[in-house]
Design a protein around this ligand. Structure first.
Ligand code: ARG
Length: 467
């Protein structure tokens, strides 16, 4: 036999080759294969096979001998994969067929009985759910580590005054700790989105088989329990075809990354020499190959940029799912790479941030100076006048004129003399300086969710109870 002849049968796939009269085109074989990326789910695939085999045995479709051969064989397959000795084959298309075929190589006919009452359609739907369910746990863990870091920084900088912005114009003074707590809240909602989506995906498709279920007397509750799912999925057509759970995962991730892009943007702005509010430790920055003076905030910039691919992955999956008729279609094989890429990107971004955030140095004096420059206590003066009896709209007007004069004199409102201030309203007295100072301004916002240092410290305590 020529070497050509020897190779030929290998491409008629042993899992479904029966009805085929010619071998798969070599390019098509590679084009349709997913093993290069779906092998990431080998543990889940093996766990699913163990559960399925035990179930078949329980309902007496699979003998005790076959079950023990399958379980032993799967152990060996798993060891081979973990030792890097497993030969992944594109001819065997995907992770499912690679593992099953190897199992059969090892244990013979018992391996061929594993696929009784099962299809790759319910198998893959199970594997992805198992995989994502576990990986979401890692994402949440990293997100919480970042949240802890934010709380530490919030506590450390509870008294640090900085300008708060609207339209990126100085608006009112806030505390840096308060700003960190805003980020914390964004992440808290992200974590709860992941938890929600994990809960919804935690249903077991095994038994849905190709699409209609199976004629064997299967026990779906048993398989679901074996794999730690809440329950079997309620409809076989839906179970094998929908990837809404993957879309939800990407949506939660796109939201998280969008939040992180906003944090990134602020870190980039704050670390610029124009703002000079913070110092990012050197180990999170890089230099320029041409401009020796440069220190670039690479980590936040990169996270900001990576938001694009995660948003893109969400759109990929939505578009993948759109208009797909029931039930399974090969389109769905395209769900893996966006899922994995999203996961890797989110985990990496969270990890970099969780490491970096606690190491941020605040340049308190610069933040204070910036807060002083933008008439950030103008609202406080208006509120003061209201307390003295002026209607708010009139107070707004009065303060507007005071700002105009101060601008002309290049002074802050708090730097005008009492006499100068009284020219705008006779109701102003010496106590006005209590509210015109930055400290007075932030301390007065002392209610739930307010920026006062006292509130920040309380909020940190409350937040620690929540995570
Ligand atoms: N590799 C396939 C996927 O990821 C497994 C399911 C294949 N099912 C089928 N009927 N071709 O979707």
């Amino acid at each position: 036999m020529s070497t050509e002849d020897q190779k030929e049968p290998a491409r008629v796939n042993q899992s479904w080759g029966g009805r085929f009269s010619e071998q798969t085109d070599a390019f098509v074989e590679a084009f349709t294969a997913s093993v290069d990326f779906d092998r990431r789910m080998y543990q889940q695939d093996i766990a699913g096979s163990r559960a399925h085999a035990r179930m078949l045995n329980k309902v007496t479709v699979l003998s005790d001998e076959d079950l023990s051969a399958i379980l032993k064989g799967l152990d060996q397959v798993e060891q081979e994969i973990e030792a890097g000795k497993f030969e992944w084959s594109v001819a065997r298309e995907d992770v499912h067929m690679n593992i099953e075929a190897r199992l059969t190589d090892i244990i013979g006919d018992a391996g061929k009985r594993l696929h009784t009452g099962r299809s790759r359609n319910d198998q893959v739907a199970t594997d992805i759910r198992l995989y994502l369910r576990e990986q979401i746990g890692r994402v949440i863990w990293e997100a919480k580590r970042l949240q802890q870091g934010l709380l530490g920084l919030a506590e450390r900088e509870a008294d640090t005054i900085m300008p708060g912005f609207t339209h990126l114009q100085v608006a009112q003074p806030v505390t840096f700790g308060h700003h960190m707590l805003a980020w914390f809240e964004m992440l808290a909602r992200d974590v709860s989105r992941y938890e929600d989506c994990r809960e919804r995906m935690n249903m077991c498709p095994l038994g849905a088989a190709a699409l209609a279920g199976t004629s064997y007397p299967i026990d779906r509750e048993f398989s679901a329990r074996e794999l730690g799912f809440i329950a079997p999925t309620a409809n076989s057509l839906d179970a094998v075809s929908d990837r809404d759970f993957a879309i939800e995962f990407c949506a939660a991730s796109a939201m998280l990354m969008t939040h992180m892009s906003r944090m990134s943007e602020e870190l980039v702005i704050w670390s610029s020499s124009q703002f000079n509010f913070i110092n990012l430790p050197d180990r999170f920055c890089t230099g320029s190959s041409i401009m020796p003076q440069k220190k670039n905030p690479d980590v936040p910039e990169l996270v900001r940029g990576k938001t694009g691919r995660v948003n893109g992955n969400l759109v990929s999956l939505l578009t993948l799912m759109k208009s797909q008729p029931l039930a399974y279609n090969k389109d769905n094989q395209e769900d893996k790479e966006p899922i994995f890429d999203t996961l890797d990107t989110v985990l990496g971004s969270l990890r970099a941030f969780a490491d970096m955030i606690p190491a941020i140095e605040c340049k308190q004096a610069n933040m204070y100076k910036a807060a002083k420059q933008g008439f950030s206590t103008a609202t406080d003066l208006a509120d003061y006048l209201v307390r003295k009896g002026l209607p708010f709209r009139d107070a707004h007007e009065v303060v507007g004129s005071a700002v105009a004069v101060a601008l002309e004199k290049e002074l802050d409102l708090s730097e005008l003399s009492l006499k100068e201030l009284q020219a705008f309203s006779a109701t102003i007295s010496e106590d006005v300086f209590d509210v015109l100072t930055l400290e007075g301004s932030v301390a007065s916002r002392n209610h739930i969710g307010g920026t006062a240092p006292e509130q920040v410290r309380k909020a940190v305590i409350e937040a620690r109870k929540r995570i």
